[in-house]
Design a protein. Sequence first.
Length: 484
Amino acid sequence: MNILRPALLGLLTLLALASSAQDAPAPLPPLPTPHQVAWQQMETYAFIHFGPNTFTDREWGYGDAPASCFNPTHLDCEQWARTLKAAGMKGVILTAKHHDGFCLWPSKYTDYSVRNSPFRDGQGDVVAELAAACRKHGLKLGLYLSPWDRHQASYATPLYVEYYHAQLQELLTGYGPLFEIWFDGANGGDGYYGGARETRHIDKRTYYDFPRAHKLAFALQPQIIIFSDGGPGCRWVGNEQGHAAATNWSFLRQQEVYPGYEQHQELTTGHTDGNAWVPAECDVSIRPGWFYHQQEDQQVRTPDNLVDLYYQSVGRNATLLLNFPVDRNGLIHPTDSANAAAFHQRIARELGDNLLTRATIHASHQRGKAFPVSALADDDYDTYWATPDGVTSATLTFTFRRTQSVNRLLLQEYIPLGQRVAQFVVEYQSGRQWLPVDPREETTTIGYKRLLRFPTVRTRSLRVRFLESRGPICLSAAGLFFAL
């Protein structure tokens, strides 16, 4: 027995190590909620800017336009929904109230709404019509409720805060499930304010009592993603051009960023040392303006430009929120519709044929049979390849049977366990040499999704070398594509 004991102990040790190797990597905070993961998987969704500005040819209404100016005679929210579906959008966020204070629903707390407009003879509710169209066409609904209100006489007083929270409750309870609520960072300044026509200032950090608003939103809509410069659900990306930085962490330092935060560059990249999961949302309009202006009918973004924005937003660990300015008839303009649909078709073509389904994948390290490299091309986000504990650099090599043209790479981390990769490089084999591909941007973070475009290479083997990671690498998906 004394002779067998060391061998038995050794066998038990090996079994314990094998069992440990099969365990999932420990989560690496900060972590997303399941609702944040589902939100990021939407990838692209639409913004709708619509209101008195549409009829007064303004971008930021002063709050003095009469309610009677709002009169879309052919409003058709189903036309919006069909257009957005054709553009690949998964949801839509409507400006239920912009800075001018006009409400697109018949709020019982103000007379400055559709109730006192000619629209539907004062019986209309744009929010309700859009909610119904979303249900019919399988889109998720979100709403924008501007904290700043240039119309209300009580703005900048405690009474307005109660008004704002009451309207928030109306929207959160009257229109079914909402996937996102938008709190804008533009707060305080000159306005009509019930006829006062003056400039009013507020403390952006404390005036609106956002913690109370967040508590209300989560109580009434537990799945909701709350947008603001500091989240907590998602953050502004720091620009309105529709792109994130190539380095984009889904982290912010909690309690440091607030609506109206002035360090925009930090929002573009996130905080490497952040302790809260607050991923970036890239908002951009399909036209120069956010509201409809007839003179911009010839300035609609082209499909090529929209494709670029997709790679620079969704392809850089963010979501794309693309704005469609509804015209005075209450419709999305045909040019906007056509260009957005062509953009979606182009992305589907470029990323429709994953060459890895016909390649051999080899990993320098593998955690165990439960985390195989085959998971990278199985089209199941909840399976993933992982490295053993302590292994924060590794190489994936993709080999084809014959020479293949390649110019697109997709990588996805399994973000329920945290964002990890901090630096990687991509190389292709030419003869006996490994040469770098040139994506013309830094290859640092990955996150939910990273897409790289590079000049076409012809090769039988391409590899990704992960140089730095915050913990064991957890990759859910990879893809190689050849886009014409």
